[in-house]
Design a protein around this ligand. Structure first.
Ligand SMILES: C[S@@+](CC[C@H](N)C(=O)[O-])C[C@H]1O[C@@H](n2cnc3c(N)ncnc32)[C@H](O)[C@@H]1O
Length: 310
């Protein structure tokens, strides 16, 4: 059996046995059918289907919002949903901010956003993604909203990219009225981050890869310590986004797989927000180590270096 697999996947030759077997186990079909069985028997999964929500994760954000009042109707809130795919959290944000809310989802994977939600495909660890987000939310970019095309299709990312490129090219012009000065530095009211394992897309695409595209991303590994440290990196990335792009007074949520550095993250959050909570929503499975941190009332002056050096 082993030699057959090594023949089929020669890239595993020369790798330590442990890595080989872990990789083989991850693509095991019985694990997939266990996952499907669990989904079928789950009341949140059933309810999500009934309500037309893209995944059961929607209920986690609803519980978080019921408890901490992140969203408000009639306040034109600008919401950034990090790791939005397949889009259930964005659906909740859109519903709870009302018609004047503006929701932008960012995900490293391509995904058509729910109607009324805008999206960028990008890695939140990249500086360019931050610039695209800022540009999207800036008043300057609202010009493009006149065409209303985004209502059906989400924003066209290439338009944002072209805009960013032309701003970068003209950045050295000594014009005090230059376009860049119209861009708000901290335009966002609420940032929610559910970043971690890519959503388990099982239909709607042809898979011509030898392994699933989304499995190459940050799936939970089942190794608690690894999941913890990888999710710490994504929480740090979300926190940096909040420090750089969120208005004072803004609200923040991020998902962490618990472990040794929980306290470290909590300490960092306390330097950025006046109020910090931890919460496990009832829709979060008991056996899962996921936990949500909530930061409320972002402070006015935040020294990014100090947050990460202490
Ligand atoms: C659990 S899913 C989010 C589910 C979503 N909240 C919902 O309600 O539909 C986590 C998402 O985080 C995304 N992700 C992981 N790392 C990322 C990164 N570095 N930048 C952007 N998105 C990332 C994954 O692609 C995946 O789609």
């Amino acid at each position: 059996m082993t030699s057959l697999l090594l023949f089929a996947f020669p890239k595993f030759l020369g790798q330590p046995q442990g890595i080989f077997w872990r990789s083989a186990i991850r693509f095991n079909s019985s694990a997939k059918s266990r996952w499907l069985d669990r989904q079928k028997g789950d009341s949140f999964t059933r309810e999500a289907k009934v309500q037309g929500l893209r995944s059961r994760a929607a209920f986690k954000l609803m519980h978080l919002d019921d408890k901490y009042r992140l969203f408000r109707k009639g306040c034109s809130q600008r919401v950034l949903d990090l790791g939005y795919a397949p889009g259930a959290w964005s659906q909740v944000a859109l519903d709870r901010t009302g018609p004047d809310g503006v929701i932008l989802g960012v995900d490293i994977l391509p995904c058509a956003p729910p109607r009324g939600v805008n999206a960028i495909q990008g890695n939140i660890l990249s500086k360019k993604t931050h610039e695209l987000i800022r540009l999207f939310f800036s008043k300057h970019f609202q010009l493009y909203q006149e065409d209303q095309l985004h209502k059906d299709n989400g924003y066209f990312q290439h338009m944002l990219e072209q805009e960013l490129e032309s701003l970068t090219l003209n950045s050295d012009k000594a014009d005090p009225q230059c376009e860049r000065s119209k861009i708000e530095k901290t335009p966002i009211d609420v940032i929610v981050s559910d970043m971690y394992e890519p959503w388990p897309q099982i239909t709607g695409f042809w898979n011509n890869f030898t392994n699933s595209a989304y499995d190459r991303m940050a799936n939970t590994t089942g190794v608690a310590i690894k999941d913890h440290y990888m999710s710490m990196d994504l929480c740090d990335a979300a926190l940096i986004t909040a420090i750089d792009l969120m208005k004072p007074g803004g609200s923040f949520v991020c998902k962490l797989y618990t472990g040794k550095e929980d306290k470290l993250l909590e300490g960092r959050l306390k330097q950025v927000f006046d109020v910090v909570h931890r919460f496990k929503p009832s829709a979060s499975r008991n056996e899962s180590k996921e936990l949500y941190f909530i930061g409320l009332k972002k402070k006015h002056e935040v020294d990014k270096l100090k947050v990460f050096l202490e």
